[in-house]
Design a protein around this ligand. Structure first.
Ligand SMILES: O=C(O)[C@@H](CO)OP(=O)(O)O
Length: 247
């Protein structure tokens, strides 16, 4: 049986400001750094020893992985990174204030953009200050693969090849795996793992910095639901994520 641990990056500077972030490369807040450290300590306390780490190519996930691994005494682990684990591209909403967007467009439209399975926000313009056009980290990607916006369904579509082609082979080789990524790329992975319906996934929110552990069977399916290593802290933090955008 293999262990898979999912870790959303610690609180970012834009989480603090209440801005839609997506592919904009913001760093961790001081609280986020502390959460990452605590995440690593929780791994250590639970006796989890991953053999390999996978992260997105965004700074907040990379730094969270580094800080957590250092706290767990595992900074030497091999790490693989992919844009396929990036946060959902938030289109033209990137850089916009969540509470202002909610006030301007109303609760229903806000929640459609934020949590519906298949309604993407309007695409971002290439000359928008928060566009990723020209960002060197995507220079080897064919331009048609660099999104201008994404809904969660799009994230599932670009994340799953990475799950099957890169993460599952590590698990099959007998390594426990730590994935450090983002609220919505992890929602996409949890949807797949737990078989959550397109409708019910709207109700799933993932807190920052608290490791979520799965035990997987021989087919790399969870034997039970995912368990947060600090369930009490997770409960309050999940509520806070769900309520973002409410003044
Ligand atoms: O802004 C974002 O990129 C994400 C994660 O912070 O936000 P939300 O939870 O609203 O999808």
């Amino acid at each position: 049986m293999a262990t898979l641990v999912l870790l959303r990056h610690g609180e970012s500077e834009w989480n603090v400001k209440g801005l839609f972030t997506g592919w904009v490369d913001v760093t961790l807040s001081p609280t986020g750094e502390e959460e990452a450290r605590r995440g690593g300590e929780l791994l250590l306390e639970a006796g989890i020893r991953p053999g390999v780490v996978h992260t997105s190519v965004l700074t907040r996930a990379i730094r969270t992985a580094n800080i957590a691994l250092e706290a767990a005494g595992l900074l030497w682990l091999p790490v693989k990174r992919s844009w396929r684990l990036n946060e959902r591209h938030y289109g033209a909403l990137q850089g916009k204030d969540k509470a202002q967007t909610r006030a301007e467009f109303g609760d229903e439209q806000f929640m459609l953009w934020r949590r519906s399975y298949d309604v993407p926000p309007p695409p971002i313009a290439d000359d928008d200050e928060y566009s990723q056009v020209g960002d060197g980290r995507y220079s080897l990607l064919p331009s048609e693969l660099v999104p201008r916006t994404e809904c969660l369904k799009d994230v599932v579509g670009r994340m799953l090849p990475y799950w099957y082609d890169e993460i599952v082979p590590d698990l099959a080789a007998g390594r426990d795996v730590l994935v450090v990524a983002h609220g919505n790329s992890l929602r996409a992975l949890v949807k797949h793992l737990e078989g959550i319906s397109d409708a019910d996934i709207a109700g799933l929110n993932i807190p920052t910095g608290i490791p979520l552990r799965y035990e997987l069977d021989a087919d790399f399916r969870p034997v039970g639901k995912g368990e947060y290593l600090d369930p009490e802290a997770a409960k309050a933090a999940i509520e806070a994520v769900a309520n973002q955008g409410k003044k």
